[in-house]
Structure formats: C-alpha cells, structure tokens
Design a protein. Structure first.
Length: 471
C-alpha cells in the first residue's frame, strides 16, 4: 500500500482573510494574556473557530478543518446537527424554565425515558438515575460516594492508564502521575491494578496471555490476606481508555472483572463518559462484553453537545439521604432536550452500527500503512475511538515488539495535521498517541480524507526528521 499524497488543495482565502487573521491573532494574544496556564486545547490548535457544521469547523480566515476531536467525544452528531438545534429551539420557544435545580419537568421526564430506553437489557428494570453537576468528573464523584455510602468502605480499585476527571476523588482514581503529583492527596486511597494493554503489556507478554495475567494478578491480590488491600468500596474501569490512548479492554477480561467483583460483593463502576452513545460500535461499550455494571457514569454525548452528567445505578445501592450529592446546575433543560433528541436519533439511524463499520475500515487502512510508515507503532481502538501510537522507528523493540514512544514526533504530526485541515489530539503514555474521535455522522469520503491527511502528515514529518538526523 502506498502512502497517499496530500488531499488538501491550496486554500484560496477571501480578500478579507488578512484582516480576519489579524483579528484572530489579537484574540489569541488576549487569551494567552488573560486565561490560566492550564489551557490545553487552545495551545494545540491556535485557531479561532467562528462557524461549524457536522464535521467541519471554519476559522476566522475562512479555512475549514475536519474535526476529529468532536469536543473530546461530546459531539456524537457533529457540530450544530439539525436534530439538536431543533430540540433546543423548540424548548426555548416553549417558555420552559431553563434552570430548575432538580425539580421534575416534562423535559427531564422525556430525557429519562430516552436514556432508560437505551440501557443494557435487564439494567433499566432496576435502575435509578441521579443528575449530577454538568461535567463527567462530578458524575464520577457521585459514583464513588454512592458506593462508599452503600458499602461503608472507603478504598477503591482503579487501573493503570485510567482517566476519570480532575476533581479530588476522580483525580485519585485517574492513572496519570503528572496531573496528580503536585496536588496534595492526589493519590487517595486507591489500589492501582494493571489494565490490559497489548502493545505495552505490563507483564511483557502481550495479547490474550497478558490480559489473562492481569486478571489473575487482580484476583490473587484481592484474596491475599497479606496483599495489603482492604475490602474496597468499588472498582472503577473504562471499557476503552480514552485519554489513556484508545486502549480497548478485551471482552473476556471485562467479564473476569465482573465475575471477581460480583463474587466479592464489590460494586463495579463503569465510566462511559467518552465511550457512550454509540462511540465504540455499541450504544454502551459494556454491551460488547455482555456485562451488567452496578453503576454507569455518563456525560459528554448524552447532552447532544450541551453539558449534562448522570449516574445510572442498581437500585439496591440507593441508600443516600436527601442532599447526599447535590449541586446547582443539575437541571439543564436545554441539555436534556438536546440529549433526548440525540439518544433517539442515534438509535433510529443505527449510528452505533455505522460507527463499528466505518471505524473498522479506518483502523484497517491505518494498520495497513504500518509497513511503509514505521513510525506507526500500533493502531487500536474500537468503533470510532481510534488511537495511532507513534514510535521511534529506529530504536530496538521490547519483548512485546513495541518501540519507545516518540512524543516529539507526535507533536509535530498533530501540527502537520492542522496544516492539512485536520484537527486531532494526542493522548496515551507520554502523549504519543494520535487520537481520532470523529462524529458518528462521518461520511465515507470524510473518513478517507482523515486517513489520507493523517498518513501524509506522518510521512512528511517522519521524512523531515530523518533528514534532520542525517544533516
């Protein structure tokens, strides 16, 4: 397979582009001067979006980009989809209250109906829903508090490579050391367990054997009276680690986690903030393995692009007192309306199946490029949650065949993608994995363009790097 040439023609900017560029530069300068040093995406993408539709984002200079970030997975239907816009307009025109704390409203009732209709078989029949603050991290906090209250325990089981949010409890169960080491108490009372990661297997064997060893290690650690693990309040896990680099857990391993937690009466929390609403090729990622969690943590795409977060859990854990987990912004009427419309549209249009089909095709094309682009160390993921790990192609490989990551190359590839009109972000260990999170409405032509542009960026940056080493 040959590496396709760039499919991005020279952009013919309108006459007013120069003035628009000057204005955009001024906006970016003011942002740098006034916003905190914790800015993230704004550093990676020095553009000023002014319009967006579907997968396309347009900057002030008129240049258009294919958005493979989708609000970090929030925009299941892409930007400004007619279904969500109509739901928002209808709600606004109806005179419905837009802020109601946790009062019952027709919009909340309809959203709950739409959400419960999508839940795995058997789960909805005994489920309760709690509306949290509008971010996924607050829903993680709620899930942890719920299980701690129900069990009377405090310890937690979490995994290497995990990402669950930036508030105190969520940060404790997150795997990244960099975001925790300067925060007092960032480690929390958490036992860290090995997540199966075939390309960089923690046991150095990879594949199904590595996943089986991870499961065996977990079970023996929990049963070891000298293992140091006090019976925990919960285990929290992602079916596919998003920020961790699009690392998908084997279905068999997830079933083992469900078995061992059930046998030991440890509540199982599954964080589907990024994997939910069709992203992985099933409406909820747990459906691939057939497991039923005790708690589902949901946010991002469930609001149709607007902020909302909930936990859905087995009613046997509903031992909270009134006000046990509260917050002002739990009644976002517009998000409920947009979310209900999105949930129903994804179901009616079969977008989960579409994500599985298109994602498999994109992954296969990218994997086929590895022979000609040795900087591509691994291609992985599930559905439209894809990771391309970039490595030092000249370094020796380890026992699993993995070469060292090349974080500098990844940063340059991200910039080269932006030059080609493609927005991608990095994740994984050392931020060396290019992550693809396109909307579920991506067309075949757009999918091909994404792969073409990414491949061209990798080829060009790799060539430049090789020439630089020879100079």
């Amino acid at each position: 397979m040959t590496v396709p040439p760039s499919t991005v023609p020279p952009v013919a900017l309108p006459a007013q582009a120069t003035a628009a560029t000057v204005a955009a530069d001024a906006i970016l300068r003011r942002q740098r001067a006034r916003e905190s040093s914790a800015r993230t995406y704004a550093r990676s993408f020095p553009i000023v979006p002014v319009r967006a539709s579907g997968m396309t984002v347009e900057g002030t200079d008129g240049r258009r980009y294919l958005d493979c970030l989708s609000g970090a997975g929030t925009l299941a239907l892409g930007h400004n989809h007619p279904v969500t816009l109509e739901a928002v307009r209808r709600t606004m025109d109806s005179g419905a209250p837009l802020h109601v704390l946790d009062l019952a409203t027709p919009e909340k009732d309809d959203f709950t109906d739409a959400l419960f209709a999508t839940l795995p078989s058997g789960f909805a029949d005994r489920a309760r829903v709690h509306f949290c603050g509008p971010a996924g991290t607050d829903a993680v906090e709620a899930a942890l508090k719920l299980t701690q209250t129900a069990t009377g325990r405090s310890g937690l089981l979490a995994f290497t490579g995990a990402y669950h949010g930036m508030t105190a409890g969520a940060l404790g169960v997150t795997g990244s050391v960099a975001v925790k080491e300067r925060v007092a108490g960032g480690g929390a009372e958490v036992t860290r367990l090995p997540y199966p990661y075939a390309y960089r297997c923690p046991f150095g064997v990879g594949g199904e054997h590595g996943a089986a060893l991870a499961a065996t290690y977990t079970e023996r650690l929990l049963d070891d009276p000298a293992g140091g693990v006090v019976p925990p309040a919960a285990m929290i896990v992602e079916v596919v680690q998003g920020e961790g680099g699009a690392v998908a857990a084997p279905d068999s391993w997830l079933r083992e986690m469900r078995r061992l937690t059930s046998q030991r009466e440890i509540p199982l929390i599954v964080d589907e903030v990024q994997t939910g609403v069709g992203r992985t090729g099933a409406f909820w990622a747990v459906e691939h393995s057939g497991i039923t969690p005790d708690v589902l943590v949901l946010s991002k795409a469930i609001g149709g692009g607007l902020p909302i977060a909930v936990i859905v859990y087995d009613e046997k854990y509903d031992g909270w007192l009134p006000g046990a987990h509260t917050g002002t912004f739990r009644g976002n009427t517009l998000a409920m309306a947009a979310g209900a419309a999105t949930l129903r549209f994804v179901t009616a249009e079969g977008l989960s199946e579409r994500a599985a089909t298109v994602g498999a095709r994109m992954t296969a094309r990218l994997d086929g490029l590895r022979a000609e682009l040795p900087a591509i160390g691994d291609v992985r993921g599930r559905g439209l949650m894809i990771g391309v790990e970039l490595v030092d192609a000249e370094a020796p490989s380890d026992s699993c065949g993995a070469r060292p990551v090349d974080a500098e190359l990844a940063v340059r590839v991200r910039a080269a993608c932006l030059d080609r009109g493609l927005i991608v972000e990095l994740g994984g260990r050392f931020d060396a994995t290019v992550r693809l999170l396109p909307p579920l409405t991506i067309t075949d032509e757009q999918a091909d363009a994404v792969v073409d542009r990414l491949a061209d960026a990798i080829a060009t940056v790799s060539k430049d790097a090789a020439q630089g080493r020879q100079a």
